[in-house]
Design a protein around this ligand. Structure first.
Ligand SMILES: Cc1ncc(COP(=O)(O)O)c(C=O)c1O
Length: 481
């Protein structure tokens, strides 16, 4: 399933390992009473096999049409290729080639990182030196092996040549993918309100944003179909990529149900676009349904998946990875060579430690979900009494409430002037629009860090602000009238 980029074809040993199925089973507490099975917890695929013969899977040269002009001009850095080679050749090789520093000048002696998630990480001598040295651009080889297995176990992606690149956070992956796929002026599909980081990355490309509305189950496939059908009929330029957060959309908190994911996947084949699946909230799904990922459905080589441990393990670690068809991943790696050389080696070493005990990780993730769920529920209880002023749907996943403020057509003034004066920080909805100067009725509230005891006060202040803003608007209309 996963072939290494450098080898370009499957390595028998590795492939064998990848198909091993883990039998670790852990019983842990969920909602303080239910029991959770680790294999089920880490299951993001369907047992049912789907294949749509109407469309041909993409391969090799097919990807050329998706690659931006800028990315197509990238060429391999010879010294980076030598670094990769140096990780593969035997010890008998005398190297006068590498530009690596000598580890003996590194001043560090020992690193001990104790953790509630698995064994402590203890590094000394050669191991510590290796964790502080340059790497091949794709990532730490042992981490890549673990990640290939992780993706295979969690998503069981259909067998197509794909591989992984370790990035410096998912935002970095977004940036790389935009550079890979988007030429100035290209159309890009997103949800109507989308994560700020995709917009800020896209801005300099002056794309045409095709913003598809969501309901409480996320992006509406029928609308996407009719919008794209109409574009085709009118002979307009068609988008090469859809950016989507399938679980815990930021800001809307929706979880796309499996049926919608399958419909959207089929549309990607019908209208020939790629799906950029950004899924940092996958472990913060508060519903009882674990939904198969787009990667798990990717029979036709159309999914680029972004994973990140920022929300559940550590944000500052910048632990993230891209899983993509090999022709695309090769381009991303060239970008990495030029941009960063590689993601931080020490972070990758820590990430490897975190991922390598699946049962400890499951226990930690279940705890993290429970932790956030309590906060979601507490903020929900605080917000319920003002739901006539600010209606909302309870977020099904992720970290955000997305509320619509009644009687206030634009919340900008309220958020940036009155709310701040009243000691309340909020995010105005326009932060999630490509054109952030547009008026917007929505506000995003985050429940991840606010103290329980501050929630009711925060909501009381919010309610006062909304009433105040509604009065101002009323007076303005009365004066205009
Ligand atoms: C949807 C989404 N994608 C990506 C990111 C960035 O994640 P990372 O810390 O891995 O760069 C965020 C952070 O808020 C996010 O909400």
């Amino acid at each position: 399933m996963f072939a290494t980029v450098k080898l370009g074809k499957k390595n028998g040993e590795l492939a064998k390992k990848l198909f091993e199925i883990r039998s670790v089973t852990l019983l842990a507490k969920k909602n303080y009473s239910q029991q959770v099975n680790v294999d089920e917890f880490f299951k993001f695929y369907s047992d049912k096999v789907y294949h749509d013969d109407r469309y041909k899977p993409l391969n090799g040269k097919d990807y050329d049409r998706f690659i931006s002009m800028r990315s197509a001009r990238r060429e391999p850095a010879v010294t980076r290729q030598i670094t990769s080679l140096s990780y593969k050749v035997g010890k008998q090789m005398i190297s006068l080639a590498e530009g690596m520093p000598n580890e003996n000048v590194f001043p560090f002696k020992r690193l001990l990182l104790d953790s509630s998630c698995g064994d402590p990480l203890e590094l000394e001598g050669k191991e510590l030196a290796a964790a502080l040295q340059y790497l091949p651009s794709q990532g730490l080889p042992s981490l890549l092996t673990e990640l290939r297995k992780f993706q295979d176990d969690l998503h069981r992606p259909p067998q197509l040549p794909r591989d992984i690149l370790v990035t410096n956070g998912s935002q970095h992956g977004i940036y790389q993918c935009v550079e890979l796929l988007v030429d100035p002026g290209d159309p890009v599909i997103t949800t109507e309100f989308a994560y700020t980081g995709i917009h800020s990355t896209l801005k300099p490309y002056q794309p045409e944003i095709i913003g598809i509305p969501e309901d409480e189950d996320g992006l509406i496939p029928e609308t996407l179909d009719s919008v794209l059908g109409e574009r085709l009929r009118l002979g307009l330029k068609m988008p090469k990529v859809l950016y989507i957060i399938p679980t815990g959309s930021n800001p809307s908190g929706t979880v796309l149900p499996e049926a919608r994911r399958r419909q959207i996947y089929e549309l990607s084949c019908k209208y020939d676009f790629l799906i950029l699946e950004d899924d940092p909230y996958m472990f913060l799904n508060y519903t009882d349904t674990q939904v198969p990922s787009f990667l798990s459905m990717d029979t036709h080589g159309r999914v680029i998946r972004l994973d990140s441990v920022s929300k559940v393990v550590s944000a500052g670690l910048r632990g993230a990875w891209v899983t993509a068809p090999i022709p695309l991943l090769e381009r991303l790696e060239l970008h990495m060579q030029a941009e960063l050389l590689h993601s931080c080696t020490l972070s990758q070493t820590i990430l490897l430690q975190v991922l390598s005990s699946r049962s400890s990780l499951a226990r930690h993730l279940i705890g993290a979900r429970q932790f956030y769920l309590k906060r979601r529920d507490a903020l929900n209880s605080a917000l319920e009494p003002i739901s006539d002023l600010a209606p909302y749907s309870v977020p099904k996943a992720g970290l955000f409430f997305w509320i619509r403020v009644n009687g206030v057509s634009d919340v900008f003034n309220m958020v940036f002037h009155t709310a701040l004066q009243q000691g309340l920080m909020l995010v105005p909805g326009q932060a999630f629009l490509f054109d952030s100067s547009s008026p917007c009725q929505h506000v995003r509230l985050t429940f991840s860090r606010v103290r329980f005891e501050d929630m009711e006060t925060a909501v009381r202040r919010l309610a006062d602000l909304i009433r105040n803003e509604q009065q101002i608007k009323k007076k303005m209309y009365a004066n205009d009238g």
